[in-house]
Design a protein around this ligand. Sequence first.
Ligand code: AVI
Length: 342
Amino acid sequence: MTDSPNDARPHRLVIHQSHAQSNHSPHASSAPSFADDVRAGLTAKPKTLPPKYFYDALGSQLFEAICLLPEYYLTRTETRILQQRAGEIGRRAGPGCALVEFGSGSSVKSRLLIEALPELALYAPIDISREHLDATAAQLRRDYPKLNVVPVCADFMKPVRLPEAVAGLPKLGFFPGSTIGNMVARTAVDLLRSMRATLGEGSQLLIGMDLIKDVAVLEAAYDDAQGVTAAFNLNLARRINRELGGTLPLDRLRHVARWNDTYARIEMHLEATEAFDFEVSGCRFSLHRGETIHTENSHKFDLRSQNTLLLAGGWTPARRWLDSEGRFSLIVADWTIPRGAP
Ligand code: AVI
């Protein structure tokens, strides 16, 4: 069994090309390129592709469309919980706190909190794309002239040194969308620990986590009737053909979304409907009929596995809200004070 594919870097709703390019850390010029990652993934057994490459301009637009699909309950359910609970979240956070969003993108969900928290001192969106961050910050300043917006351009997968204006305030971290579910457990724990280091002692983390449910509901959410998720998945092959001189035959690849009960996750694959050879960046590969390229994991949780993950990451779950159908959860966790057993 395998943990592949490589974890997705978290993404919010993103439509700008610049954000799509942000797959490469500005700090790490030696980071593997798209070509390196694709070559490594297609050489692996089973074959994989990193899901962070879904988000080129078209992929980002397709993801926006996915969020509006009737089958994709995650976005609207989390939004509803946020709308209902923002006041309570604000009271827990207390007056004068800073809202720090990890992977802020267009800050769509943060707006709900900003509007519901009149005593918010500051909003610090963290995103790797400078251009996207600046555009979003400028729009937020226009829409909320009294709010202090302090954008931080950084790769939040590593601890981030927050600016002085943020560092001195009580902090509420925000990581919505169940993006944590796109990571295997060890990466998710590393990220939670990074967030813990970034936010510091006494902070809180508000995190969205999708729940295990009826397999038919889960599979439909990742294989919708209109074929938008299929187009999103196949767009990765299209991107490889366009950017890396690939010859993947799109008409012989089909989108597959299936529940893996062992890992409690929806897996997305591109499956060969017949055998073929292909090239990418001058390297030759082949797929036999029925063989797949594993493109994404989307882990789902029950209440205990959520607790275990958060605790392993150094966060103590304090409050959890579910929607009325028990589909999605929003959790506030407290920065855990390290102490001896038990
Ligand atoms: C970004 N992430 C939380 C989405 C998910 O549900 O795993 C990505 C996605 N893939 C297919 N549909 C949506």
